[in-house]
Design a protein around this ligand. Structure first.
Ligand SMILES: NC(=O)c1ccc[n+]([C@@H]2O[C@H](COP(=O)([O-])OP(=O)(O)OC[C@H]3O[C@@H](n4cnc5c(N)ncnc54)[C@H](OP(=O)(O)O)[C@@H]3O)[C@@H](O)[C@H]2O)c1
Length: 308
């Protein structure tokens, strides 16, 4: 049982066939179905295998080309899981429709780093200024409405974490940090992001708990260091503990400033080096999953064992 609350609502998941959208859609359609008997998912192609998988689970498929007023009609919860490019294309119409329909809660498409604290003066990766504009426009459009806007930051997707571009080379068994290898990286599995969104939706719909859900919040299934990833790989794969290397954060960051690469991994690697992806001191894990009583957060070790 995901929750003792008996609230029920209708949810629309925009981009619900996507990388993170699919994980969120599945969780609403299965573990949280008792709270959300109607789950609408937008797609450009209702015949795609992912859309069809969701339809079989009971999703009401709606074409992205339909009017958002129709798609969102009668909806209590809107989850925007579009990528930034799509939001820039449809955002004005979408936000105007959200303001008209007035759902109880609207999750903007965040699910990444906490870029509020970025310090890339004059050389920031363009993804984050674009997201800031989307957030500002959405806040302005919803000003004075009853809709609660929620910006959920989740760190790096767990299935996206093992990347040589972040210094995590599992194949070569080499782990390269910018600065200390004890720096931690917030990471959350897609299904746990789905569970967190679903749980926040339930809390937001229940009048007894609605006020406990803040606009800005971050979660992390695990805050894991380079050393801990190295150790987990050794345990799971039965290989010797890999090599830890450390590069100068200052040097890498100055080079990035002088020659911006446009590769988002370079910027995220700096954020990790600066400790800005360590969510262990401030997170809403206890709000969404008190004492892990609702589910056990997936870890790097689970990902390596392929048990996700
Ligand atoms: N933390 C991390 O590690 C991480 C990693 C990646 C992304 N993210 C974040 O997660 C959020 C969602 O990104 P995502 O990668 O999951 O999205 P995505 O898979 O690229 O897109 C989501 C869905 O949007 C629809 N779509 C794509 N392009 C479209 C277009 N031009 N017009 C209309 N619909 C379109 C597609 O559905 P149909 O094909 O069914 O129409 C797609 O399945 C973003 O905010 C992103 O920044 C975080």
């Amino acid at each position: 049982m995901p929750s003792s609350s008996n609230v029920k609502g209708t949810v629309a998941i925009l981009g619900g066939t996507g990388d993170i959208g699919l994980r969120i859609s599945r969780i609403f359609l299965t573990e949280y179905r008792e709270h959300f008997p109607v789950v609408r998912v937008t797609t450009r192609d209702p015949n795609s295998p992912k859309a069809q998988e969701l339809a079989k689970l009971g999703a009401e498929l709606r074409r992205t080309s339909e009017s958002f007023d129709d798609v969102l009609s009668g909806v209590d919860v809107v989850i925007n899981a579009f990528n930034t490019e799509t939001i820039e294309k449809v955002g004005k119409e979408l936000t105007a429709a959200v303001a008209r329909v007035n759902p109880k809660v609207y999750f903007l498409s965040e699910f990444g780093v906490d870029y509020r604290f970025n310090e890339f003066d004059g050389y920031e990766h363009p993804e984050w200024p674009r997201k800031r504009v989307i957030t500002a426009d959405t806040k302005a459009a919803l000003e004075g409405s009853q809709t609660k806007l929620v910006l959920l930051v989740t760190g790096i997707f767990l299935n996206w974490l093992f990347q040589p571009g972040l210094g995590i080379d599992v194949e070569k068994n080499v782990y390269t940090s910018l600065g200390p290898a004890s720096n931690r990286i917030a990471t959350t599995a897609g299904d746990d992001i789905g569970r967190s969104v679903a749980r926040l939706a339930v809390l937001s719909l229940d009048p007894a708990t609605a006020s406990t859900v803040p606009t800005d919040l971050r979660i992390a299934g695990q805050n894991v260091s380079y050393e801990e990833i190295r150790d987990a790989v050794a345990r799971v794969k039965g290989v010797p503990k890999g090599e830890i290397r450390s590069k100068s954060l200052e040097e890498f960051n100055s080079n990035l400033k002088a020659h911006p690469t446009g590769n988002v991994l370079d910027y995220i690697w700096v954020l990790i080096g600066q400790g800005k992806l360590d969510f262990s001191r401030e997170n809403a894990n206890e709000l969404v999953n008190p004492g892990q009583s609702l589910w056990k957060w997936k870890t790097v070790e689970d990902q390596l064992r392929g048990s996700i």
